[in-house]
Design a protein around this ligand. Sequence first.
Ligand SMILES: [Zn+2]
Length: 289
Amino acid sequence: MPSFKGIFQGKQKFVTVKAGRIREEAPDGLWTKCERCGGILYKKELTQNLGLCSDCGFHFRLSARERIAVTLDDGNIVEYDDELLTVDPLGFPGYDIKVEGAKQTTGLEEAIITGKGTIDGYPVLAGFMDFSFIGASMGSVVGEKITRLFERAARKRMPVVIFCASGGARMQEGMFSLMQMAKTAAACARLSGTRTLYISVLTNPTTAGVFASFGSLGDIIIAEPGALIGFTGQRVIEETIRQKLPPGFQTAEFALEHGLIDMIVARRDMRKTLGSLLSLHGGRRQDAG
Ligand SMILES: [Zn+2]
């Protein structure tokens, strides 16, 4: 029998694929695919465009550093409490490796950066959560940094803006994680007692323990368009109440329509809107003396 091996040698090593297929197979690296419209976007342009899809306006997630860059004046932040480091209080198997991996991939020490900066000239104490760090789950350090931010703000009577994002509790820290809900909520209440403004900005996704504590306790609650907002996942709720949930349930738009949040602000307008709110609540521009 003659061998067919090698009969196709010399044949072109590429094939023509349809556009739809390219969309599915966009390689990692330089390009990324829009979750909503499927458009292929050049990552560098996406970054320059504040993480917005140039085709449909979809709001991609921003890292904490990216968010600081597009929110605070000149991207400047004086960081607080960056010396707080996560420990493994329960000796949970693999937790230390997971934390170390998250540190390596994000370049952060934990899932939130807190500090002081200005927005459109108005001084604020601010927090920026990063979903890439173990789903921005709230462990002891995240809770402690938030709490200290509120306490500092209460002492200084300075407004607070927190960009929230979270998949929920840091299950590897067990009860230490869950108690951060009560701790941050109590600190938020003490801040409120000093009549100091707190604005929470819910980004995609803000769920579970973060939503059920400081995320939903803002004097003004803003969300980004299309953000997933809620406590428990849709499937769990449906199975519990044995009812089908309405379309769009747990989106920012649904939450606004049902009075859960105060406003939806597109990322392009976020800085200006926050500046106006700070001004309306007695903020004094730093450059105005
Ligand atoms: Zn798109």
